[in-house]
Design a protein around this ligand. Structure first.
Ligand code: AMP
Length: 280
């Protein structure tokens, strides 16, 4: 495994044409599952690259950026063990060189029109699109793997790639969960014990929504469960799975939640259809 920090090291390591998994590090089993999926897509002779970069432009709170866990040595060991070929861990000056403009726009409609993440984290998707474009330009991957855990991000990246003709196949990996159902996340290690116990209400609320027959009841069931657990609700909604606008009959729906406990924000999502009919 090669650890590349610059563009020329990345070229020399053979990142071009690889299957790339962009991450911000503090790796966990959710990331590991994406690396395995990347390996399946690359095939035994193809190359798998993982980028590790805590991207400042997608954080809308300085405190969140400062306390974001950084565990590069442990991350590289995980990558090595999982057969990753190239780790790209650039210093900020390589991602955003002084005097070189890295475009931020335009943003796909699915980033801004549905509200949701962008309404709560203004500028977040501008930062995500900026860093993904930059990573694709530097690494020139054939395909890139993203997690369903960040559902709106997945739709935004897909829309951006389609609209800009970036020529990178986007592969989605299912959400990996703890034994009690909590979606794995690098921020989970920041949860104080009382919050770790409370946030299990998030996947439970998604389960409760699945049993409801219409959108209003499903949203109500989610909100009730989150309020009972004492979480700060940001949103708990049923939307169209692709556009993230209002759910429409005959189209796949998605239940999406964002809630807070203490200083930590938890997001999660699950497939939804009226009366729980299976839709993936
Ligand atoms: P992050 O390091 O949080 O920026 O995440 C890097 C990638 O891993 C993103 O595509 C996430 O959606 C994905 N990811 C994060 N947590 C999980 C999880 N629990 N299961 C599957 N994928 C995940």
């Amino acid at each position: 495994m090669v650890i590349a920090r610059t563009r020329s090291e990345l070229d020399a390591a053979g990142a071009m044409g690889s299957v790339l998994v962009p991450t911000m590090g503090a790796l966990h089993e959710g990331h590991a599952a994406l690396f395995r999926l990347a390996r399946e897509h690359a095939g035994p002779t193809g190359r798998v690259s993982v980028s590790i970069f805590v991207n400042p432009t997608q954080f809308n709170e300085a405190a969140d950026f400062d306390r974001y866990p950084r565990t590069l040595d442990a991350d590289c060991e995980i990558c090595e063990r999982l057969g990753v070929d190239v780790v790209f861990s650039p210093p900020p000056g390589v991602m955003y060189p002084e005097g070189e403009e890295v475009p931020v726009g335009p943003l796909p409609a699915v980033a801004t029109e549905p509200g949701l993440e962008d309404a709560r984290r203004p500028g977040h998707f501008a930062g995500v699109c900026q860093v993904v474009r930059r990573l694709f330009a530097l690494a020139r991957p054939r395909a890139a793997v993203f997690g369903e855990k960040d559902w709106q991000q997945l739709q935004v990246v897909r829309a951006m790639v389609r609209r800009e003709g970036l020529g990178v196949e986007i592969v989605a990996g299912p959400t990996v969960r703890e034994a009690d159902g909590l979606a794995m996340s690098s921020r989970n290690r920041l949860l104080e014990p009382r919050c770790r116990a409370a946030v299990v209400s998030v996947p439970r609320a998604l389960d409760a929504a699945r049993g409801e027959s219409d959108v209003a009841r499903a949203e109500e069931a989610m909100r009730r469960g989150l309020a009972e657990a004492g979480l700060g609700l940001e949103y708990a909604v049923i939307r169209d799975a692709e556009t993230l606008l209002g759910a429409a009959p005959g189209r796949a729906g998605r239940a999406l939640i964002a809630a807070r406990c203490g200083a930590v924000r938890v997001i999660d999502n699950a497939p939804w259809s009226p009366a729980g009919a299976a839709n993936g």
